[in-house]
Design a protein around this ligand. Sequence first.
Ligand code: URA
Length: 274
Amino acid sequence: MSDEDLELLKFYHEVGVDCTLTEGEEEKKVENKEDSKAVQPPVTQVANTGKDADSSVTRWNDTKGGKEQQTMFPSDWIIEARKLASKCSSVDELRSAVVSFEGCEIKKTATNTVFSDGNPNAKIMLVGEAPGGNEDLQGIPFCGASGMLLDKMLGAINLDRTKVYISNTVFWRPPGNRKPTDLELDMCRPFVEKHIALVSPQILILVGGIACYSLLDNTKTISTLRGRFHTYTNQYLSHSITTAAIFHPAYLLRQPAQKRLAWEDLKKIRDYLQ
Ligand code: URA
């Protein structure tokens, strides 16, 4: 048995191996839910003007003469998010801005804002999809079943949460764990972009199809984006960041045969970091 085979077996042992399909069967059986967002048409609620009266919010602004009423439409909140994110010069400031941001509907049904976990000085930053039930209750990203598998995957390449920094594409749990809408992604993206720029990691790891859709390429599936490195940049970065896409652990829990490909991706990341 080659060293590579041994490593793969060790990885299976660490993250759990739950099926023994051959390669051909694997390809046939996989209905890649991970890929679904990239092939969906955009959510029209966002794409139009963002001036849908049903989703407007009235807020009171402080002015010199007292209080002034302002109707905020979704498109206004996206602009507001960008303004707020642009002003932040530290991760702590950004956290406060996100916690007090009132534009995102999913905040209303969430228990906590889920901002980040891990080491903000790490050279590895992971961005996942959205908080789930456990994350919502504890305010910590990836602290449920997916998080346990993510920790094992990181452990397999000698990483843990003291060596990585973790956040998501949205900061609140979408009700029923549905996927975030385009509007929710658009509203959180200014904060996410600033987050990445403030942490300025050596490598950005996009965990799952939604993170790829929101930050890398909304026309390609994760299956086509994984397995190679990309360059990521945004308006706050003065340099581009090497970026990898990996399957989401929730997807790997549903499709354990894909752990073999996940291991290929993790090895590439490990080699890049060495
Ligand atoms: N899945 C994610 O993408 N993020 C979390 O924080 C938890 C589960």
